[in-house]
Write a protein that binds this ligand. Structure first.
Ligand SMILES: [Fe+2]
Ligand SMILES: [Fe+2]
Length: 155
């Protein structure tokens, strides 16, 4: 039985690379947005729980920054140009609106990185796959922490 001819060749590899770079840039835009979101929300929270909420939002910034740094480096390593344009941050005025906006952003991040890790596996980059899986674990933690704060939040 004849072996199946591999698709693509050099042009195929280049377009696979370009697709991976574009996808990682989408994630990088999300991380840059997350840094802005947590920085501004940490400043905006009010009321008796301000100390805890400002600390909670502020504590996410170093981790999201680490994700952004990893992605920017990987994009350059793959021959791409890292985006400097963040994903827009949703408007939120009350503590609850901010927590809900964060919950949605973390839910999306968890889903996007889960998909991205599979894409990296198909792309054949084990290191990238493992790093993206670690980021999935981080974003899952952020999601769960936020969900528990909101669970008993007075409406
Ligand atoms: Fe992140
Ligand atoms: Fe996160």
């Amino acid at each position: 039985m004849a072996t199946k001819k591999k698709r693509g060749g050099r042009a195929g590899a280049a377009s696979r690379n370009a697709r991976m770079i574009a996808a990682l840039n989408e994630d990088l835009a999300g991380e840059l947005g997350a840094i802005i979101q947590y920085t501004t929300y940490a400043a905006k929270v009010t009321g008796p729980f301000r100390p805890q909420l400002t600390q909670f939002f502020g504590s996410e910034i170093p981790e999201e920054t680490g994700h952004a740094q990893y992605l920017a480096n990987k994009i350059v390593a793959l021959g791409g140009e890292p985006t400097t344009v963040p994903r827009p941050v949703p408007e939120a005025h009350t503590n609850r609106e901010m927590l809900v906006a964060v919950l949605e952003a973390e839910r999306r991040a968890r889903a996007d990185y889960t998909k991205r890790a599979k894409q990296a596996e198909a792309f054949g980059d084990k290191g990238l796959q493992v790093q993206l899986e670690n980021i999935v674990a981080d974003e899952s933690g952020h999601f769960e922490d936020t969900e528990r704060i909101l669970r008993d939040w007075p409406v």
